[in-house]
Ligand binder design. Structure first.
Ligand code: NAD
Length: 351
């Protein structure tokens, strides 16, 4: 029994050392599943750092375009893509067979909402099941898609366990949220600190070592759940503060005060305040979606996430509110009245 435990420990250490060496020497072969706004910049950054990266995608048009050197995101230029293609360091494919040849697999697939506003993790399930089917001993799998706390350990881990994987021994599994802001010229992939939470300390160490090759600062946390929740908290923080700014705008209109003037005056405080601005949209497709992942998980735990619900309600009412303001303004200037929309839940005194 003691012998078996010792043998296991030795095998585990050898797996960790072997993959660590592959990462340091940049000989590790990498597959990035999902070549969208998140997966493509990641695969290209890895290729530019000297790794051989394959971008897996289920969309054949996307695969063909990428192989022809035609990126779809502002974060990768055509020149960068062609360069890594010509160096043989990047290729896109729809062929899952590449998974068995990969030392590291990173999953960057979409995480939308169902009509009921419940999480739709079907893309994660499809991608992770494919990786588990092709699992081989010594691989590292990292989930980057934004998702509810518990996904890595409750959903991914069992898929691999049924294939004979022993986490921290012959499988290294971690969650590392992507925080990219597409088209942001100041903060690019390498400038945004990467949070890493592995299922075991060895998983965290290896995932941290991996991202250190392309990102300047790594923050190792104690579990995948902490990393999953940290990402959601960032987006909840933005959604709630945008909702607060929207409500401030509604109140300013009633008080006949200029909203921007108020926010900009408050923002002169050198600490303890962060300015957010009102408007009809929340600026991106993640912010209105992701908080619902946390609210859903909390409902399963019998807890109603009130800030998330209220922020969602206020932000979703803003497009109609702004349309009403525009209609009102047009009516004031024109003889022919513009029809008003249906009832607005907030007092119509302008933004
Ligand atoms: N876009 C952002 O600014 C941003 C920022 C941070 C985090 N995220 C999160 O990252 C994840 C990915 O977002 P995105 O914006 O890159 O999505 P995207 O829609 O731009 O790209 C997703 C890609 O995955 C492919 N895909 C779907 N299922 C697949 C499968 N089973 N196998 C292979 N490919 C598959 C799609 O064809 C598509 O090309 C989401 O969870 C999102 O919330 C996005």
């Amino acid at each position: 029994m003691i012998q078996t435990k010792r043998e296991n420990e030795t095998a585990t250490l050898m797996n960790e050392v072997a993959l660590g060496d592959h990462i340091r020497q940049r000989t590790a072969r990498i597959a990035v599943i999902g070549q969208g706004y998140v997966g493509l910049p990641l695969a290209v950054a890895l290729a530019r750092a000297g790794f051989r990266a394959t971008g897996l995608d289920t969309d054949p048009d996307r695969v063909n375009n990428l192989n022809a050197g035609l990126p779809h995101t502002p974060d990768v230029t055509g020149e960068e893509l062609l360069e890594v293609r010509q160096q043989g360091r990047y290729a896109a494919t729809g062929d899952l067979a590449v998974l068995a040849d990969s030392d590291i697999v990173v999953i960057c697939v979409p995480t939308p909402l169902r009509k009921s506003k419940d999480p739709d993790i079907s893309f994660i399930l499809a991608a992770a099941s494919a990786v588990a089917t092709h699992f081989r001993s010594g691989q590292m799998v990292i989930l980057e898609s934004t998702t509810y706390p518990g996904t890595t350990e409750e959903i991914l881990l069992p898929l691999f366990a049924t294939r004979g994987a022993r986490v921290g021994e012959n499988l290294f599994l971690a969650f590392s949220p992507e925080r990219i802001d597409p088209a942001n010229r100041v903060y690019k992939l390498q400038d945004i600190p990467k949070i890493v939470g592995g299922v075991t300390p060895a998983c965290t160490r290896l995932a941290g070592l991996f991202y250190r090759q392309i990102v300047n600062r790594i923050i190792e946390v104690s579990s995948p759940k902490v990393a999953e929740l940290a990402k959601l908290y960032e987006n909840v923080f933005r959604n709630v503060n945008i909702a607060l700014a929207n409500e401030l705008a509604i109140m300013c209109r009633q008080l006949r005060v200029n909203t921007r003037e108020v926010i900009e005056a408050a923002a002169t405080k050198p600490f303890g305040f962060l300015p957010f601005y009102p408007g009809p949209g929340t600026g991106g497709h993640c912010i209105p979606v992701d908080p619902n992942y946390l609210a859903w998980k909390m409902r399963l735990n019998g807890y109603e996430a009130r800030f998330i619900r209220l922020a969602d309600e206020i932000n979703r009412s803003m497009p109609a509110y702004v349309v009403d303001l525009i209609a009102e303004a047009l009516n004031q200037r024109s003889a022919a009245p513009v029809p008003q929309r249906g009832p607005c839940p907030y007092p119509r005194r302008g933004i």
